[in-house]
Design a protein around this ligand. Structure first.
Ligand SMILES: Nc1ncnc2c1ncn2[C@@H]1O[C@H](COP(=O)(O)OP(=O)(O)O)[C@@H](O)[C@H]1O
Ligand SMILES: [Mg+2]
Length: 275
C-alpha cells in the first residue's frame, strides 16, 4: 500500500456547513448530517457526564464506608486486644511478683529473674495501653471534643518527651457538638498530628480547634507544622490518612485544605454546625 496516498474521503464533513451551503432552499444534506452528528456527540457527552457523576458518588460512598468499617474494626480490635492480653498480662505480672517475693534468701538469681519478667510485662502493658488509646474513641459525650483533644496531646507529649513541642489552642464551646462531628474531628486531629510528627521533622506543631458561633456555625481544626513538608506532594501522595479525612469531612458537609505555611504544612479542616 502506498503510505503517501492521501486518506480516502469518507464523505463526512470536517466542519459544520462546509460544502453544504447551497443558496436558498434550507440547509444542505451535509449541514443536516453535521447537526445530527453534534446531537449524537451532545447526547453521548451528557451520558458520560452522568456516568462520571455516578461513579464519583459511588467512590465517595465507598471511601466513607471504608472509614466506617475501619472505625468498627478499631473498636473490635481494641476490645479483643484488651480481653486477650490485658487480663493475661496483669495475671502474669502478679505471678512474677509473687515469685520474686517468695524467692528464698539463698536464691537471689530467682528473685532477679522474676523481677526482670515483671519489668518486661509492665512494658508490654504500657505498649498495650498506648495501642488501645490509639484505637479507641475517648468518651466524647463525657469529656467533649476539648477534653479528648487535650488527652490526645498529653499522650503525644508523654511519648515525645524531648521531641518537638506541641502547642494546643482550644476556643468556643466544644462540649456540645453532635457526636458524629466530635468523633470525626477527634480522628482527624489524631491523623493530622501523626502526619505532622511522623512524616516531617518539626520543632513545633500547633493544633488549634475553634468553634465559631457567629454567622453560620462551624468548627475549624488546624494543624500547622514546621517539619519541611510540601502540601502539594502530600495531597498527591498515595496514603489512606488524607483520603479518610476527606471522606469523613464530606460526610459531615465540611472540607480539608492543605497549604504550605513557609516552613511546613498547614492542614485546615472545617465542619459546619447547623444552628
Ligand atoms: N505534615 C506532613 N509533613 C510532611 N509530609 C506529610 C505531612 N502530611 C502528609 N505528608 C505526606 O503525605 C503522605 C500521605 O499522607 P496520608 O494520606 O496521611 O498517608 P500515610 O500517613 O498513611 O502515609 C504521607 O505519606 C507523607 O509523605
Ligand atoms: Mg497519615
Amino acid at each position: 500500500m502506498d503510505r503517501r496516498r492521501p486518506p480516502r474521503r469518507t464523505g463526512r464533513p470536517h466542519r459544520a456547513g462546509v460544502g453544504g451551503g447551497r443558496h436558498g432552499g434550507g440547509p444542505g444534506p451535509a449541514v443536516r448530517f453535521a447537526a445530527r452528528e453534534f446531537d449524537r456527540i451532545a447526547t453521548a457527552t451528557t451520558l458520560l457526564a452522568g456516568r462520571l457523576d455516578r461513579i464519583e458518588g459511588e467512590r465517595a460512598d465507598l471511601v466513607l464506608r471504608l472509614v466506617q468499617v475501619q472505625e468498627a474494626e478499631r473498636t473490635a480490635l481494641a476490645r479483643d486486644l484488651h480481653d486477650a492480653f490485658g487480663q493475661s498480662l496483669a495475671a502474669a505480672g502478679a505471678l512474677a511478683m509473687a515469685i520474686a517475693t517468695a524467692a528464698p534468701e539463698d536464691r537471689p538469681d530467682l528473685r532477679a529473674d522474676a523481677e526482670g519478667i515483671e519489668a518486661v510485662i509492665a512494658a508490654m502493658r504500657g505498649n498495650l495501653r498506648g495501642a488501645l488509646t490509639q484505637l479507641e474513641l475517648p468518651d466524647l459525650a463525657g469529656i467533649g471534643l476539648g477534653g479528648a483533644v487535650r488527652g490526645l496531646v498529653a499522650d503525644w507529649r508523654a511519648r515525645l518527651r524531648t521531641g518537638p513541642a506541641l502547642h494546643l489552642d482550644l476556643g468556643g464551646d466544644l462540649g456540645t457538638l453532635p457526636t458524629e462531628t466530635a468523633a470525626g474531628l477527634y480522628r482527624i486531629a489524631q491523623e493530622l498530628l501523626t502526619n505532622a510528627l511522623r512524616h516531617g521533622q518539626p520543632r513545633h506543631v500547633f493544633l488549634r480547634v475553634r468553634r465559631s458561633e457567629t454567622g453560620p456555625g462551624s468548627v475549624t481544626l488546624i494543624v500547622d507544622d514546621d517539619g519541611g513538608g510540601e502540601a502539594a506532594r502530600a495531597a498527591d501522595a498515595p496514603g489512606r490518612g488524607l483520603p479518610g479525612i476527606r471522606a469523613r469531612l464530606a460526610s459531615l458537609g465540611g472540607g480539608l485544605s492543605l497549604t504550605d505555611n513557609g516552613n511546613g504544612i498547614r492542614a485546615c479542616a472545617t465542619v459546619p454546625i447547623p444552628g
